[in-house]
Design a protein around this ligand. Structure first.
Ligand SMILES: [Zn+2]
Length: 56
């Protein structure tokens, strides 16, 4: 399992298995983060709130 922390505030977000991709909202700073977990690395991409709230 890989431990993933919020790239903005450092709050622990989740533990995940390799080869998974999730979108999670930080409970501390409310940033939505897209998390891609590889075998040896974890990629974090904060998603701006403006993008999330924009009409589709
Ligand atoms: Zn955070």
């Amino acid at each position: 399992m890989k431990y993933v922390n919020c790239p903005v505030c450092g709050h622990k977000l989740l533990e995940g298995k390799a080869q998974s991709c999730v979108r999670v909202k930080c409970s501390k700073c409310k940033t939505i983060v897209e998390v891609s977990i590889g075998d040896n690395n974890v990629a974090l991409a904060p998603i701006p709130k403006a993008t999330v709230n924009a009409p589709q």
